[in-house]
Design a protein around this ligand. Structure first.
Ligand code: HEC
Ligand code: HEC
Ligand code: HEC
Length: 414
């Protein structure tokens, strides 16, 4: 029997292999499962504000409806560390923002826009009309309609639709509430001074820069005369759904909106006014901001909107009527519309929707009288006529209508 036995090391190879196998398995569990989880947990702990807001009962139900309806198949909820994302949606998502998100709804495909910063982007009336029939506000939308969540019209949302909108209002809310103090706290604790990528989270141009997000302030770029045909084309695709093809506020989306879209055939606007409106939208209303359009496109739109206005014969006024109008205005209107009509009265900070500026735009006489008799649905502009237990007589009503129309300041460049 001179059979040679294999060397000891080889005889033990099965043992080496199994120890190595178990070892590598354990290491990968630690490195790929346990460790990142701990790093993330630590990051969430140190960067989160102390008491981030949880979800209310309605918001939680909305979240369930969001996952039940498969919204996450088309919408993500994470702004990535990419310039294109940051420009469009705002600051990249930090881990703590999804602290309560179990199971998460981050999504993987963007057929629709990212919703991580949706809160404050649109008012509820816009969401209702949009859920009811997306194409009635966004002409080219491929989002399915959720009309089953309504009792036959966007004005009659069922609880499901209300909950869903409540949930959308929570997206981005915690970061917004944490404010600059919260940003400073997160930055000081992230231990990422040297990490260029992580620093991007704090260098976004705006925290919530969703292009649709409406704001009342911000100095817009000057718009000039643009291409009317380009404007016409853009208008048909983006604006006619609400404002109607001729600007007469009769688009399919108009019915459910409060306040309703403005009748552009009845309004003269200066370019600087249109620049503010198109750049910032109108806070508190369904009128979106169009910041994602180039300045040339916004100019083209402004030019086209001005062509929608149908001028009407302007009567010349006796001085005594203007004097009466000025008196009525000072007593009843100046606290909101401002003493010079610039929309900057003392009560402005209490109003959800800013009062109109009469110096940069002018409604026709007919429209002005209609507004004074009926008020504007969805705003604090109340009816003033005698028949609506209002405070003004017919004579005062027309006097003040003439008066506010005299406040327009025409610019030589217009
Ligand atoms: C088939 C894909 C698809 C599904 C499913 C879908 N959406 Fe959309 N969604 C879109 C597209 C595309 C847009 C962009 C056009 C538009 O505004 O309608 C959009 C836009 C939106 C917007 C407007 C975002 C903004 O700020 O402009 C919201 C809010 C929204 N969807 C919410 C939802 C909710 C909530 C659900 C589930 C009930 C849902 N979507 C399901 C495709 C989808
Ligand atoms: C989702 C519906 C909707 C769409 C789409 C929309 N608007 Fe509006 N728009 C409104 C509403 C609502 C108002 C009225 C707000 C108010 O009462 O202050 C308004 C007001 C306006 C005003 C009057 C602003 C003022 O200061 O009086 C102009 C001008 C205007 N929109 C232009 C446009 C243009 C141009 C587009 C397309 C690029 C557009 N809108 C798209 C809903 C919309
Ligand atoms: C409580 C504040 C408030 C008072 C007081 C008030 N308004 Fe208004 N007014 C508003 C608001 C808010 C709007 C709506 C702006 C919008 O829809 O964007 C408005 C809109 C208007 C419009 C429509 C302008 C347009 O471009 O279509 C006219 C006209 C108007 N007001 C005239 C008056 C007159 C005249 C008085 C006094 C008799 C008056 N308002 C008093 C807040 C007020």
């Amino acid at each position: 029997m001179n059979e040679q036995r294999p060397p000891r090391a080889l005889r033990m190879s099965y043992l080496v292999a199994s120890i190595a196998g178990v070892g590598f398995f354990a290491m990968s569990v630690l490195l790929l499962g346990v460790w990142p989880g701990q790093v993330l947990e630590e990051q969430t702990r140190v960067m989160s504000p102390e008491h981030p807001l949880g979800l209310s009962a309605s918001e939680r139900r909305g979240r369930e409806i969001y996952s039940r309806e498969g919204c996450a198949y088309c919408h993500t909820q994470q702004v990535r560390y990419l310039h294109s994302d940051m420009e469009r949606f705002g600051a990249p998502t930090l881990a703590w923002e999804t602290r309560f998100d179990y199971p998460h709804l981050w999504g993987t495909r963007r057929i629709g826009p990212d919703l991580a910063r949706e809160s404050g982007s649109h008012p509820a009336d816009w969401h209702f009309v949009h859920f009811y029939a997306p194409r009635s506000v966004v002409a080219d939308s491929v989002m399915p309609a959720y009309s089953a969540m309504f009792d036959g019209s966007p004005d009659r949302p069922k609880q499901d639709a209300r909950d869903l909108v409540a949930y959308l209002e929570t997206l981005g809310r915690d970061r917004e509430l944490a404010g600059s103090e919260g940003e400073a706290h997160a930055r000081a604790n992230c231990n990422c001074d040297k990490d260029e990528m992580s620093q991007m989270a704090f260098h976004a141009p705006e925290l919530n820069a969703n292009p649709h997000k409406t704001r009342r302030t911000g100095s817009p770029p000057a718009l000039v005369t643009g291409s009317e045909s380009r404007g016409k084309d853009l208008y048909a695709r983006n604006c006619a759904s609400c404002h109607g093809p001729q600007g007469r506020a009769d688009g399919p989306g108009a019915a459910g909106l409060h306040p309703p879209p403005t009748n552009l055939a009845e309004h003269y606007y200066r370019y600087d006014r249109l620049s503010i409106v198109l750049t910032n939208g109108i806070a508190g209303t369904a009128m979106p901001a169009w910041r994602d359009f180039s300045i040339a496109d916004r100019s083209a739109l402004a030019t086209f909107v001005r062509t929608l206005y149908v001028p009407q014969p302007e009567p010349t006024l006796p001085q005594n009527l203007l004097d009466l109008g000025a008196r009525v205005y000072k007593e009843n209107c100046a606290q909101c519309h401002g003493s010079t009509g610039a929309g900057d009265g003392t009560a402005v900070s209490e109003l959800r929707i800013a009062p109109s500026n009469f110096r940069t735009g002018r409604p026709t006489l007919g429209e002005t009288l209609r507004v004074l008799r009926n008020g504007i649905d969805g705003t604090q502009m109340a009816p003033w006529g005698a028949d609506t237990n209002g405070r003004l007589s017919e004579a005062e009503l027309s006097a003040v209508a003439y008066y506010v129309r005299s406040l327009l300041v025409v610019q030589s460049s217009d």
